[in-house]
Design a protein around this ligand. Sequence first.
Ligand SMILES: [Zn+2]
Ligand SMILES: [Zn+2]
Length: 397
Amino acid sequence: MSKTYADLHIHSPFSLATSKKMVPEVLEEMAIIKGINILATGDIFHPEWQSILKKTLISQDNGFFRIKGGETDFILSGEVSLVFGEKGRKKKVHILILCKDFKETEILTRAFSPFGKLSSNGRPFLKISLKRLVEIVREETKDCFLIPAHIWTPHYSLFGSKSGFNSLEEAFEGELDRIIAMETGLSSDPPMNWLVSDVMRFNLVSNSDSHSPLKIGREANVFGEIKSYDELIKAIKTGENFLYTLEFFPEEGKYFYDGHRKCGISLHPLETKKLNGLCPVCNKKLTVGVLNRVYELSGISGEYKGEKKDFKYILPLIELIAELLGKRENSSAVETEYNKIIKAFGSELSFYEDIPLNEIEKRFGSKLSGAVARLRERKVKRVPGFDGVYGKILLFE
Ligand SMILES: [Zn+2]
Ligand SMILES: [Zn+2]
């Protein structure tokens, strides 16, 4: 069966802290190098980016768009940053919106305009509640759909510990109509999400949230054959023809476990609970991480509320080569090796997914094939980040 790889969340040069290189031609080129078949445009509500895309993208009449001579199916999408007060507390939540055609993106652009300055940022701030956003999308469009983005990041997400919500009901007040999935983001993987009943009501998607070309496809969704936007939406919503997701190791983040950096203390949330949240060395309050928030909303049972799609872990190939060679990620030796691997095997994702280990060993040696084997068997060593210290994934031990 032919597989379809989709990355549905990226940003354009009009978003803050995004590479100027994120133009349609480069996105097309990178999608091919990475092995991504369906790529989001990102930032579709930004007037200038919208007009660039209108000039470059040709409708395929199935909800997909291509650049001239291109082979990547683009879909129109953008992320909005809702900022609003709720019961005296400030809420900040990022939501990803998928659109079928430019007509509907224009309708939403007009509908959002009174609530924020769309030209100031590719990911615009909108002063409206989640409930109101869902209402607008439901009332104004037929084929636009919503996915709460990177749902566990502390500051800008649906369930974030700093400015998010404790439940779906509290967040949306029953208005869940156009929500088709939850995005796990780089800071969580599927098993963490299986702990929380509210999340389990939806399928989980994984996207790169890329701000630069090389990061495209660092997380992705894998489907069977997908021939249109409608088929894509249906697969995400129902899970039919949705095979699995490709995941970043969430332990790499610098606030995954709880801990106290000064004392070198790193703890799983269940251990933090036993210690009443206090550092066992200095007795000060521990800095709480992302996993703790997941446990908080799960009822601290540590039990799965079910299981969803299968998934696989991947690591950015550049990172893996840098570790293998003992060089920096942006060194020319790493770049040369990366290009050789892509040339040999077609794309980064086909290298991880499809190439037999003996073939990798034959062309690039047993160290690299051994690392891929450990990754495929989930036998890598994972050292969780805590209290501002980055975690590590050790492949070559
Ligand atoms: Zn975001
Ligand atoms: Zn301490």
